[in-house]
Write a protein that binds this ligand. Structure first.
Ligand code: KPL
Length: 294
């Protein structure tokens, strides 16, 4: 049985896949009362405008396979709350599926014997309202490959052509983090669409961020050269030119951003190596200031 924690864009995408492929799943929906979670239904509009109205059965103990789809800054609290209500088996498989990095050691310390796997997705969706999710793009679901493949997770991957096990997920996660560090804070602070970053004024700023990001990349993931990172960043900027980044939307809606697990994580790693990244640091502080003004 798969238990999906959180039912925003990513959680809903997984629930919809399980529903349409008859895979057993249940859910833990944060921030709603027990009575609500008994009868929750998800309205999911897929990329072809087909509407699905699916029932979200509440999780029952013991949890064996947990897909955590809440935002990085909610992960610790979500697990602590869950542990008050449910049992998670000692050697459960826990999949972390969120933007940013830096939660794995938190989860491992709360669940010392669990097999904690990182994952990432390029599926695009947004929640129009709570439990009303619109899919806007088909992408991939990439899961860390190690000995911890439970039957339920194996079934999920086998049933999903866009899902795969990745022996080298760390490189993929670092690349995604570097892309998010280059795009998200600037588009949030200036409240612009991603495509505006190709304008000369912003390109200089992106390149200054990348020069610093490269200092960290050389230490943590040397196969990601500055050229590869720059190419990947501008590819994403061009492919998502008309989109607003997730951090842009968070600031526009006065929500907490994922800055601590994006630029904040980069700065933490840099500090471990006594590196200073003043350009990234300045954007980090600007986003924190914006959040403080809500
Ligand atoms: O992941 C993204 C985000 O918005 O968080 C990017 C790749 C920047 C696309 O907007």
């Amino acid at each position: 049985m798969l238990t999906i924690l959180g039912c925003g864009a990513i959680g809903a995408t997984i629930a919809h896949h399980c529903y349409t492929n008859a895979l057993p799943f249940n859910t833990v929906i944060r921030g709603v009362s027990a009575s609500f979670s008994q009868n929750s239904r998800l309205k999911f509009t897929d990329i072809n405008q087909r509407e699905f109205n699916l029932s979200l059965p509440p999780a029952n103990s013991p949890i064996t396979n947990l897909l955590i789809t809440v935002k990085a800054y909610q992960v610790e609290d979500a697990i602590k709350q869950l542990l008050k209500q449910q049992t998670i088996v000692d050697n459960a498989s826990i999949v972390l599926l969120h933007n940013g990095m830096g939660t794995k050691h938190i989860v491992q310390s709360l669940l010392p014997n669990a097999k904690v796997l990182s994952a990432t997705t390029t599926y695009a969706a947004f929640a129009r309202n709570k439990l009303d999710v619109i899919q806007t793009g088909i992408g991939e679901v990439l899961l860390e490959c190690n000995n911890a493949k439970s039957d339920s997770l194996a079934q999920l991957v086998e049933s999903w052509p866009q899902a795969s096990w990745q022996p080298n997920i760390q490189t993929i996660l670092w690349q995604k983090l570097f892309i998010n560090c280059a795009i998200n804070p600037l588009t949030a602070i200036y409240q612009i669409q991603n495509g505006r970053l190709t304008e000369q004024f912003f390109t200089g700023k992106v390149k200054a961020l990348l020069d610093e990001i490269n200092l960290v990349a050389q230490l943590v993931c040397p196969q990601l050269t500055i050229d590869k990172i720059e190419q990947a960043v501008f590819d994403i900027i061009n492919k998502t030119a008309d989109n607003f980044s997730s951090m842009n939307r968070d600031v526009a809606s006065k929500r907490q951003t994922e800055i601590d697990f994006i630029t904040g994580h980069l700065l933490n790693i840099a500090a471990r190596y006594a590196l200073k990244l003043p350009v990234n640091q300045a954007l980090y502080q600007q986003v924190k200031q914006l959040e403080a003004q809500y």
